[in-house]
Design a protein around this ligand. Structure first.
Ligand code: AKG
Ligand code: FE2
Length: 344
């Protein structure tokens, strides 16, 4: 098993690696982040990932008026779906003075693996509806595979996690996001400096709200950092060296707050952020994120696992998880409310 610069392990989830569940659990408990080797077992063809990045670039390059037709604040798109212009989101509302320097497009899960997206798409995305559906469906399937592995490693009933993430049973908070972090122009940088602002953050420090996140990045577009157990910021590695070209990066998977809660902190929802790379020429950055959430009505309760119980005992917890008594949807609404400056 190899590892990245920040020591995040890379795991092969293909059937030829029977240790995958244990390796996944160990990385999720230690780092909260793990790379998954991008082979056929992920079910996400490399050409689909490449095409998704092309589509994303094309969309974000479109004129504002076009993107505005699907803006998050517009009534047609609904509150958390559609285009988010720069300046709307602050992932670290407690400490960030300036909003994240990014744009995003939020896409709701399709109602079935063969159906078109359930929200209106702006003109650059509309022709790609079939791929958008396929891509989201394969992301959800990969998340279910990873959740089965975690169940196996934690010795819970085998479908404990997957049944709570089965989108055919009801609405979930899952969301797919295309992210664009524009390079700042020299004028913008100068203006910020004149005003005494620190220009280091593209996305504020945060942990993810859901169960699991799949993150697709492009080589040579560094900036994603995790806060280590020692409180240091470290690059995730793989694709972090500017100038690195070609090749397919492993898929980065991270644990979100709900899995941390469900496991009484055994799995870690690690704080991370995106910074402007230091010492390199200004450049745009793109990423694709699939945030896997449970069914809205799933209760936040402790996972029935001896490992989780032992961990809770060690930490003097009652075994209910920090948000016991809440549903997944109540938790999500609380977090979204703190993050967005729209719709309030
Ligand atoms: O763009 C990235 O690399 C990370 C984005 C992220 O952490 C998020 O949107 O939650
Ligand atoms: Fe994140």
């Amino acid at each position: 098993m190899a590892s990245s610069n920040a020591s995040i392990p890379i795991i092969d989830i293909s059937p030829s690696n029977p240790d995958a569940p244990q390796q996944l659990l160990s990385a999720a408990s230690k780092y909260g982040f793990v790379f998954v080797e991008n082979n056929a077992a992920t079910g996400i063809p490399p050409q689909d990932i490449a095409k998704m990045f092309e589509i994303s670039k094309e969309f974000f390059a479109a004129p504002v008026e076009v993107k505005q037709t699907a803006a998050i604040a517009s009534n047609e798109a609904g509150k958390n779906l559609g285009w988010l212009s720069r300046g709307v989101e602050k992932l670290d509302p407690g400490t960030q003075k300036r909003a994240d320097v990014k744009e995003a497009f939020n896409l709701a899960p399709p109602s079935s693996p063969t159906n078109a997206p359930t929200q209106p798409l702006p003109s650059p995305l509309a022709p790609h509806a079939p791929l958008l559906t396929t891509f989201q469906t394969s992301c959800q399937t990969l998340c279910q595979t990873l959740l089965s592995h975690l169940s196996a490693a934690l010795a819970t009933p085998p479908d404990w996690f997957t049944s709570r993430h089965d989108a055919s049973l009801g609405p979930t908070g899952s969301i797919f996001r295309m992210l664009y972090y524009p390079a700042l122009s020299p004028e913008e940088t100068q203006k910020a400096e004149n005003e005494g602002e620190e220009l280091d953050l593209r996305a504020g420090a945060h942990s993810d709200f859901g169960s699991l996140t799949l993150l697709f990045r492009l080589p040579g577009q560094p900036g994603l950092e995790i806060r280590t157990a020692e409180g240091k910021w470290e690059g995730v590695g793989f694709g972090d060296s500017a100038g690195e070209e070609g090749g397919l990066l492993p898929i980065l998977v991270n644990i979100g707050d709900l899995l941390e809660d469900w496991t009484c902190g055994l799995l870690k929802s690690t704080v991370h952020r995106v910074v402007f790379p230091r010492g390199s020429a200004p450049a745009d950055r793109y990423s694709l994120a699939y945030f896997c959430h449970p069914l809205d009505e799933a209760a936040l309760e402790a996972v029935p696992s001896e490992d989780v119980r032992a961990h809770a005992r060690e930490r003097g917890l009652g075994g209910g998880g920090g948000r016991a008594g809440m549903t997944a949807r109540e938790h999500l609404m609380e977090r979204l409310g703190a993050t967005y400056s729209v719709g309030k």
